[in-house]
Design a binder for this molecule. Structure first.
Ligand code: FAD
Length: 205
């Protein structure tokens, strides 16, 4: 097995919206960042409806860390200027379903998403948003390995070994942005199967 000698500051597993946003922030700050993605972009991803908290989070991250790309999907106003495809979201509705009963007006909750101050929220096309954010990460200096599955990680005293089918990589910290495919949760030799992290795991995850 080939092993790289370079030790990256941070290795990120997964280039979804979270992995790539973090990569942008860290790379822009001057850290050496490497991302591993088992698929290749553009790729299908579920989860498109922005909500107040996620929009505000993206707005805040973009401003605080000076990474404007993270703000592109936070409202219609920013999306209009920057991306091609999105859906406008003006309300969020819920109906309480009781088995065997017809819903009444009292079972309905409709939240209006106002145009002010930031603009209506949006439905994003994750194949576009995630691709764009990964491109931004590359622009800020991040190294990306697509079609590269992280098979396992091993925590050592001052570094983490990241195992992929082709070669092993080393980093000071690893972030698992694999979501459903989380390697740390599934089968890391450093993490107990029940996913009960030890204090030293928290230092790098
Ligand atoms: C049915 C459903 C509906 C949803 N609807 C909404 C919604 O409306 N609004 C909302 O905000 N959220 C929604 N979500 C949640 C949303 O999908 C997630 O919160 C979001 O996708 C998380 O983004 P992420 O970047 O963390 O993970 P992901 O977008 O899943 O990205 C993880 C990436 O890691 C890669 N990866 C995984 N394992 C490895 C590995 N071992 N090596 C290399 N790469 C790896 C994957 O290929 C993937 O590209 C929904 C979820 C589901 C299931």
């Amino acid at each position: 097995m080939k092993s790289q000698t370079k030790i990256y500051d941070v290795a990120i597993i997964g280039s979804g919206i979270s992995g790539s946003s973090l990569a942008c922030i860290l790379a822009k700050k001057g850290l050496s960042v490497i991302i591993f993605e088992q698929n290749s972009h553009p790729r299908f991803a579920i989860g498109e409806s922005m909500i107040l908290e996620s929009s505000e989070m993206m707005r805040s991250l973009a401003k605080f860390y000076d990474v404007p790309e993270i703000n592109y999907y936070s409202s219609v106003k920013t999306a209009t200027k920057t991306v091609n495809s999105y859906g406008v979201k003006k309300h969020f509705g819920f109906v309480l379903h009781q088995e065997g009963e017809v819903a009444t007006d009292d079972d309905v909750l409709q939240a209006i998403i106002p145009d002010k101050p930031y603009g209506h929220e949006i439905h994003i096309f994750r194949q576009d948003s995630d691709y764009l954010l990964l491109q931004a990460a590359i622009k800020y200096g991040c190294e990306v390995h697509q079609k590269t599955t992280v098979e396992d990680i091993t925590l050592q005293k001052n570094k983490v070994i990241i195992k992929t089918p082709k070669e092993n990589f080393q980093a000071k910290f690893v972030v698992d942005g694999g979501n459903f495919g989380s390697i740390i949760r599934k089968n890391s030799t450093s993490t107990p199967k029940k996913c009960e992290p030890k204090p030293e795991d928290f230092l790098r995850i």
